[in-house]
Design a protein. Structure first.
Length: 148
């Protein structure tokens, strides 16, 4: 996905097994954020930044939706542990991550593996990608979305 592309209507299923559709958010902007793994330090910092800035993001017209390869059960625990007020898509087959181009080869200590790139896609009220944040500051994620 690139700036100017329309996102698909069906995005996946959330932590409760409910289908997440872009059309459910018609007239609202979406901050669709991709992250590697529930309950890791960077991902927790990012989720908590979005939680703490959630009211301000909503006032700016955004709905937040997180996406990772984790299971619905893992997402339920992550949401409960950190009181997250937004939905998390369980993209266990990485289909959505591949579509958005965030499922990629990574390297850690010289070992190559496939994983999720931490990126946030800001989508306008009509389901079109407006902006892509590729260098996410996990502790200031909400402020980055708001352009600060």
């Amino acid at each position: 996905m690139n700036v100017g592309d329309k996102i698909p209507d069906v995005l996946g299923t959330d932590q409760d097994g409910k289908e997440v559709r872009a059309s459910d958010y018609k007239g609202r902007k979406i901050a669709l954020y991709f992250y590697p793994k529930d309950n890791t330090s960077g991902c927790t910092a990012e989720a908590c930044s979005l939680r703490d800035g959630y009211g301000e993001l909503q006032r700016a017209g955004y709905e937040v939706i997180g996406v990772s390869k984790d299971s619905a059960k893992s997402h339920q625990g992550f949401i409960a542990k950190h009181a997250l007020p937004f939905r998390l898509i369980a993209d266990t087959d990485t289909k959505l991550q591949q579509l958005f181009g965030v499922w990629a080869e990574k390297s850690l200590y010289g070992r190559k593996y496939m994983g999720t790139l931490r990126q946030t896609f800001l989508i306008d009220e009509n389901g079109v990608v407006e902006r892509i944040l590729t260098k996410v500051d996990t502790a200031k994620s909400a402020a980055q979305i708001l352009g600060r």
